[in-house]
Design a protein around this ligand. Structure first.
Ligand code: SF4
Ligand code: SF4
Length: 55
């Protein structure tokens, strides 16, 4: 199970992108997208200023 992004909350700030150790996050059309590469480490969650990432 990959982490998920709440598109209603995500501002596309990309703070989560740098936090991910496996480069599973990219920004597309102003929203973060998490791929199946995600290893559920949770590192991105605390970096999101709007709590848009759910594990
Ligand atoms: S939970 Fe970990 S591996 Fe998954 S997207 Fe967030 S930082 Fe990357
Ligand atoms: S840190 Fe949060 S608001 Fe910023 S791009 Fe990632 S999910 Fe979206």
């Amino acid at each position: 199970m990959a982490a998920k992004v709440d598109n209603e909350k995500c501002t596309g700030c990309a703070a989560c992108v740098d936090a991910c150790p496996v480069n599973a996050i990219k920004i597309e059309n102003g929203k973060a997208i998490i791929s199946e590469e995600c290893v559920d480490c949770g590192a991105c969650i605390s970096q999101c200023p709007v709590d848009a990432i759910i594990l």
